[in-house]
Write a protein that binds this ligand. Sequence first.
Ligand code: PLP
Length: 386
Amino acid sequence: MPETIHYLDNSATTRPRPEVVAAMMSALTEDFGNPSSAHRLGIAAEKRIQEARAAVARLIGARPEEIHFTSGGTEAINTAIFGVARAYGRRGRHIITQATEHPATLEACRALAAGGFEVTILPVDRSGRVDPDQVARALRPDTILVTLMAVNNEIGTIQPVAEVGRLLRGRETLFHVDAVQAAGKLPLRVDEIGCHLLSLSGHKIHGPKGVGALYVRQGVRIAPLLYGGGQEEGLRSGTENVPGIVGLGTAAALALAELDQVPDRLRALKRRLLAGLAERGLEYVVNGPDPEEAAPHILNLSFRGVPRGEVLLHALEQQGVFVSTGSACHSRRQTLSHVLEALRLPPEQATGAIRVSLSPLTTEADIDAFVAAAAQAVPELRNLMR
Ligand SMILES: Cc1ncc(COP(=O)(O)O)c(C=O)c1O
């Protein structure tokens, strides 16, 4: 097993940055007070939280008081969806989403549908994109929520969220955006998107796992999932995860500081990868959107003659290169990804898919290692599987 790790599974999770770890360590060892305590240790912990809140707000162009910390992307999304359903369920019981959303969204919608809400799940085109005209046509007087992801975690489709935000302007329907995969990779401004709610996750931006944030536009009221001591303006009771929140804040500040170079740098790395594969004569297809139009950090590929992505994953792992099949977010299930299913790919292409996902810390050496590992593994597997 090679010593060096070439980690290209950044859409599953990212390695926390050293600055994040250091900030969390000081929150654990020095500022360990309960942020609700009146003494100076409590006040110091509360100050760390407020600094983090301001940093997260800056990343998305929001005000600090519009940011509410949660236990991750999944909880932020669930709070948004159930929060709207509980607060506005009397006004209407119709929700719109689309087929390639993360399970956090789809399963929350499914649970609401079982409880008497009506959910419209819009289809996507061959690139995984939802058509804003279809969103417009699906809208009804009783539509209380539209929930869409900014970037798909498996194939990197960028959804037209700002267009949808525009068409919802002036209506009573609330708009939630799952920005977990977009944050730190693409510029994100809540006023440009026109959303009322937006979800983020720490561990996708080189922060820690188990912490996320929900933006709630000033003036919008939603119901909480958790009841108790009333922390986070009553939206998320429970003593705050101070180290996690501090880690998320640090990661958000670092992500913002690099954001004007990151998309171009990642796009260049993606081009280098595809050019490398072509140079080695490897026959591949890109699943989902044109790589130039997709999010800069996600590439979903199938190689001709390699119908099993998990076999390729392990062959690459042998060479120190870490990727994923479909999506690693939801267990090691063997079923075909619902995202690739929605694209209606030929079966072999879908089962053979691997996802290569980059981050601001990815280097040219990582990309070259992937190309070299694929150049060795793919012909071997093709012969084996013939
Ligand atoms: C698009 C998207 N939304 C939501 C989530 C869930 O976030 P978390 O792992 O923080 O619960 C993920 C990743 O797992 C994701 O990729």
